[in-house]
Design a protein around this ligand. Sequence first.
Ligand code: PEP
Length: 251
Amino acid sequence: MRTKVIAGNWKMNKTPQQAAELIGAIRPLVEGAGCRVLVGVPFVDLPAALDAVKGSAIGVAAQNCHWEKAGAFTGEVSAEMLCALGVGTVILGHSERRTYFGETDVTVAKRVRAALDAGLEVILCVGETLDQREQGITAEVVAMQVKVALGTVSGQEMARVIIAYEPVWAIGTGRTATAAQANEVCALIRRTLAGLYSPATADAAVIQYGGSMNAGNAAELLAQPDVDGGLIGGASLKPQDFAAIVAAARS
Ligand code: PEP
């Protein structure tokens, strides 16, 4: 039995004070969740978020990290810096990073390596564009993203890797993958992991779905056998909606 993981991706939203307030609103609503709950916050909000989750089971994630430990990389933040703050998890390879900031499978792989070396848990995002889906190459694209990103990752390290299947056409669009589509690609990712590592490693891996998951559609998506949680953007900024998704993961 895999424990489901519901992670909010706040993207570039909330000041430190607003972050503390939002976590304060979420906390009582997700208490006793039978799943893991994480909030992925902007870098500057990390200290406030870490403070706000103290005494709760909510974890805090960053939304990116660089592959070098330190150096002349203006505007970047290293995995070591995140660890020094007490951050446990980092989201890597999000499609917004790939689309707007030139991330490639190769740079994502370097970030994954650095994050794992520093001791972080990784949420690795993969997913096809609408063009790729319409061309019928979703399976190839997603399998390739997984294989390249995990190129240096050992089977043992996979215990610290969560994969988020996020079809690009479903992120922030209100257009959700059907439960069958989500499960089909999550299952494909699991088969890819079985090929790269072992059936046992694949079976233990947590594979989330992300893309316009909300309070209304979460239960059906999360009931799929290969969907082990969600990466939630827009709905993670609304405490009641986020809590409803957490509740759907619990049932
Ligand atoms: C995301 O940012 O990873 C995401 C899934 O966004 P949304 O839920 O808004 O589609």
